[in-house]
Ligand binder design. Structure first.
Ligand code: NAD
Length: 253
């Protein structure tokens, strides 16, 4: 069966590396992203890739992603739900309804909507793989990031429940829990913590790494390799798993 993949947030960072790795291996790939400039740039660099400008927090946009991926290659066999926003960095009592709602709509609602869109065909075809991105912070917990951590804990429940419900149809569903990714978003978070705490960026990074057993950050490529494995036949008996790719984050500060 040919491999047909949807990658959300596929125009940059981890999502782009995943999309390009699938493409390099001969898969058909359809990405979506909320940033038009990044989407255009990624599609121009990868002429065989198709894509939709979409915010996964919006139901109509997600319907468009499903429709345009169907038009590009038919039924998707693999869904990589990669989009996740950081949400508010604030004390619990200072989180606004709007920030809470947006974090849930994008991080949890987005994954649910994409799954709802692809699952009917996967069930009908009795074949499918869904990979959702959570975070290692659901294990350590993370003060000042309540909306994010709660949304990702719900992503894990969504994943595990779907694994039970869809297993009888040969649709597998797993989650990846990344640690500290070496990308712009993490650099931004580290810079902000440095500013708030009066430490240097290098010091904050060093403090993070003290609590990572392998003493190293995760590269987008590390995550892409895990996605490729989970999507492959080598993982044909793996479903309902929450897999950390983090160097073992023991604690977060
Ligand atoms: N960066 C980290 O250190 C880290 C750590 C743990 C978990 N994660 C998780 O890993 C995944 C990938 O993280 P990342 O750092 O590459 O993300 P990122 O913030 O770099 O965003 C990746 C892409 O998603 C797109 N995007 C953002 N909001 C969108 C929306 N509403 N609709 C469609 N596209 C949207 C962005 O434009 C971007 O191209 C996320 O689920 C994130 O929560 C990241």
């Amino acid at each position: 069966m040919s491999v047909k993949v949807i990658v959300t947030g596929g125009a940059d960072s981890v999502g782009r590396v995943i999309a390009e790795e699938f493409l390099r291996r001969g898969a058909r790939v359809h990405i979506c992203d909320v940033r038009g400039d990044a989407l255009r740039e990624t599609l121009a660099a990868n002429p065989e890739m198709t894509g939709t400008l979409a915010n996964v927090g919006n139901g109509d946009d997600v319907l468009k992603v499903i429709y345009e991926s169907q038009r590009a290659f038919g039924d998707a066999t693999i869904l990589v739900n990669n989009v996740g926003i950081a949400g508010p960095r604030a004390a619990l009592e200072d989180i606004s309804d709007a920030d809470w709602q947006q974090t849930m709509d994008i991080n949890l609602g987005g994954m649910f909507r994409l799954m709802r869109g692809v699952v009917p065909a996967m069930k009908r075809n009795r074949h499918g793989v869904i990979i959702n991105f959570s975070t290692g912070s659901t294990r350590t917990r993370l003060p000042m990031r309540t909306a994010y951590v709660v949304s990702k804990a719900a992503v894990e429940s969504l994943t595990l429940n779907a694994a039970r419900e869809l297993g009888p149809f040969n649709v597998r569903c797993n989650a990846i829990l990344p640690g500290m990714i070496d990308n712009d978003r993490m650099k931004g978070i580290v810079a902000r913590i440095a500013e708030e705490s009066g430490r240097s960026v290098a010091q904050v990074e060093e403090d993070y790494l003290k609590y990572i057993s392998l003493r190293s950050k995760v590269q987008p490529q590390d995550l892409a390799q895990t996605v490729l494995f989970l999507a492959s036949d080598a993982a044909s008996k793996i479903t309902g798993e929450l897999l950390a790719v983090s160097g073992n984050v023991e604690w977060e500060i």
